[in-house]
Design a protein around this ligand. Structure first.
Ligand SMILES: *Cc1c(COP(=O)(O)O)cnc(C)c1O
Ligand code: SF4
Length: 459
């Protein structure tokens, strides 16, 4: 059974009020604060009370998912921040030190800030990313936070205020105007942070206009959200809950498909009564729920965890969608898993589930040229290779043209792979470079060319 809960957030400011943390030593709590001064920390009473098994910390996957661990910072970064805090430095100095460290953590992976932002009348359209022809991403400004922060989050930079203004859109009609002019867009993905932190009223401001006839070309509305896992009350007992479900029904009766792109990292998130009820209620509106997650060390780096998660999802009517490789940002040294290992975890989970579960695609890297999946390992003319494939490409024509990289047990990202068979470059690289150089955003002041190219190298 579930009961109503009132959302209570915990952050660095009130971390000492979390009773369960009293189990930790003074030193461990200090280490947590050191990290939380650099990377964003937030959790809530549901995660603490219902998802974490406090008899199993620090190994508990839900604990690892939202609570900072000492090793999430590199020793030199950790020591620097620890010294600053021990010296009772001023907030100003703490902040400056934090920002310095943050800039060393690749805060904007895969050209997110600039390369994907479209132009309209020569001006960047705020809060919109349009990388793949059919699908446009919208970042509502009121949805740039989450019900809790994942320690691995690839969007962490926006939670510490590094890019919020450049990134988000208000409810003004800029993005609507852009969508009206782009009839090739069939899907919009409202994302964040988590757009489902928004009030019903805000959510309506973004969604309802899109149900008008001038947006007939938009067939599918997707909402990317972690709320089903971190705050299922949103759909069950919160004040707005029934209104949210009514809005979902309205979208569907307007003739559009509504896909809730749910972030689930572990089957534990599906196991509580409130989580099950939320899924049921959302599904009852006619919305489909599709699930995605990266592979996260100490959270779900086990084939059995994935297999059980997919089976549970399919049983609940959720469609497994993406298995991601964690991006090269933030605590990547902590979370990084070699591609070879990611493939093994994926494959060993995939082979133990039925075809209904095998809608999941991966392991996929969201890199600068597109979503690249590692399809498998092969031996061709005596050379061991990774078989790679674009699931999405900056140029749609790159999709489904298998290509090959030298097998490598250590590589963790696309830029670390080398073309197989002695070739100089991957087939898409020349064109990608050209796409980047011709991108007029390169002339935009918010864009740093070097960063972008490094980025390509890096992503
Ligand atoms: C993943 C992604 C999409 C959606 O791709 P689908 O394969 O249609 O789910 C759209 N835009 C960006 C930037 C993405 O990373
Ligand atoms: S829910 Fe998504 S955006 Fe929010 S903290 Fe987790 S990974 Fe980041």
């Amino acid at each position: 059974m579930y009961t109503q809960k009132k959302l209570k957030f915990y952050s660095l400011r009130n971390i000492d009020q979390i009773p369960q943390l009293q189990k930790l030593s003074e030193e461990e709590r200090f280490a947590m604060k050191v990290v939380a001064n650099v990377l964003p920390f937030r959790t809530n009473n549901y995660v603490i009370e219902e998802l974490i098994n406090w008899d199993n910390i620090p190994d508990d996957p839900m604990y690892q998912l939202t609570f900072m661990q000492k090793d999430m910072l590199l020793p030199r970064h950790f020591n620097k921040m620890a010294d600053i805090l021990k010296n009772n430095s001023s907030p100003e100095i703490i902040k400056r030190t934090a920002n310095k460290i943050r800039y060393e953590l690749n805060p904007h992976p895969a050209g997110q800030l600039t390369a994907n932002v479209p132009l309209m009348d020569d001006e960047p359209v705020r809060g919109v990313q349009h990388k793949y022809r059919e699908t446009c991403l919208i970042f509502p400004s009121a949805g740039q936070t989450c019900h809790a922060y994942c320690t691995f989050c690839f969007r962490w930079a926006q939670f510490v205020g590094m890019n919020d203004l450049k990134f988000a859109t208000d409810e003004s009609n800029q993005f609507q105007k852009y969508l009206k002019e782009h009839k090739e867009v069939t899907d919009i993905l409202i994302t964040g942070g988590d757009p489902m932190v928004m009030s019903l009223q805000k959510l309506k401001l973004y969604i309802e206009p899109l149900l008008e006839p001038e947006f007939d070309h938009i067939k599918n509305i997707r909402i990317g959200t972690k709320s089903l896992a971190y705050w299922p009350y949103k759909y069950v007992t919160d004040k707005d809950a029934d209104g949210v479900l009514k809005l979902f029904e309205k979208i569907i009766s307007s003739g559009k498909h509504l896909a809730i792109m749910a972030h689930y990292n572990h089957w534990i998130e599906l196991s509580t009564d409130i989580a099950k009820e939320a899924v049921k209620r959302v599904r009852d509106t006619g919305a489909e729920i599709r699930s995605q997650s990266p592979l996260v060390k100490n959270v779900n780096d086990s084939s059995d965890v994935w297999a059980q998660m997919w089976r549970t999802q399919v049983n609940m009517g959720i469609i497994p969608y993406y298995f991601f490789v964690e991006r090269n940002t933030g605590s990547k040294h902590y979370f990084a898993t070699p591609l070879a290992e990611a493939l093994e975890i994926y494959r060993n989970a995939y082979i133990q589930v039925s075809g209904l579960n095998r809608t999941v695609r991966g392991p996929s890297m969201s890199a600068a040229p597109g979503k690249v999946a590692i399809e498998g390992i092969a031996e061709i003319n005596g050379e061991k290779v990774f078989v790679l494939n674009f699931l999405q490409g900056r140029n749609a024509d790159w999709v489904k043209r298998p290509f090959f990289a030298k097998y490598d047990t250590k590589a963790i990202w696309l830029n670390e792979l080398e073309p197989a068979f002695g070739e100089e470059r991957f087939f898409f690289e020349d064109e990608l470079e050209e796409l980047f150089y011709n991108n007029s955003l390169l002339k935009n002041p918010i864009k740093k060319e070097e960063e972008e190219l490094q980025e390509y190298g890096a992503a």
